[in-house]
Design a protein around this ligand. Structure first.
Ligand code: GRF
Length: 197
């Protein structure tokens, strides 16, 4: 039976779109839900247009009460029988209370070669540091931010005159290749890291 995948996002969801596009044919998983903390996330409108179930859980009414926000997400997931969560530009930190029960079944994409440049503004920081190489990482999600076993990485060169936007676009192209490739393996039970190109 196909694995049922929930994709969490906060923005346009280009990674979500590449994941959805990949889950056809003999792929071991299918998209069951797209969930966002923002009702205006472009990815939510796109997913709904594709006939994929969507849920919006606004974090703002919960204020600093992360446990209440996470309990609401957990409650929304139940009816969908989710097997795997893919974080794809979900801009809320999830605490151990949510992450630990999902550990081993939740993955994330981060736009850097982890363990370098955890957190935000990775491309600005990589350029400021004079890196010659950048990239992206798919990893299992653990309670520590942007940690957890690496499932795959793709590398791109940093070019002379690169701006953060130019570098981000080059990395994003690789994200759209790496994330579907890793999800396919992960859904089939293969956690051996994949290194591209
Ligand atoms: C990507 O760069 C991803 O690596 C990061 O957030 C961004 C999401 O972009 N976690 P998109 O919404 O998938 O286009």
């Amino acid at each position: 039976m196909s694995k049922r995948v929930a994709i969490f996002l906060s923005g346009g969801g280009s990674n979500m779109r590449s994941l959805v596009a990949s889950m056809t044919g003999d792929h071991p998983a299918r998209p069951a839900l797209v969930l966002s903390n923002r009702s205006d996330a472009g990815g939510i409108a796109w997913a709904a247009g594709q006939g994929i179930a969507t849920e919006v859980v606004d974090h703002r009414p919960h204020g600093a009460d992360r446990a209440a926000f996470e309990a609401e997400i957990e409650a929304r997931l139940v009816p969908y029988g989710i097997d795997i969560i893919c974080l794809a530009g979900f801009m809320r930190v999830l605490t151990a209370g949510f992450v630990t029960p999902w550990q081993g079944r939740m993955i994330n994409i981060h736009p850097s070669l982890l363990p370098n440049y955890r957190g935000l503004h990775t491309h600005v920081r990589a350029l400021e540091a004079g890196e010659h190489e950048a990239g992206c990482t798919v990893h299992e999600v653990t309670a520590e931010l942007d940690e957890g076993p690496v499932l795959g990485q793709a590398r791109v060169p940093v070019l002379a005159g690169d701006t953060p936007d130019a570098l981000a676009a080059r990395v994003l192209e690789q994200e759209h290749i790496l994330y579907p490739a890793v999800l396919r393996r992960f859904a089939a039970g293969n956690r051996t890291p994949l290194y591209l190109p």
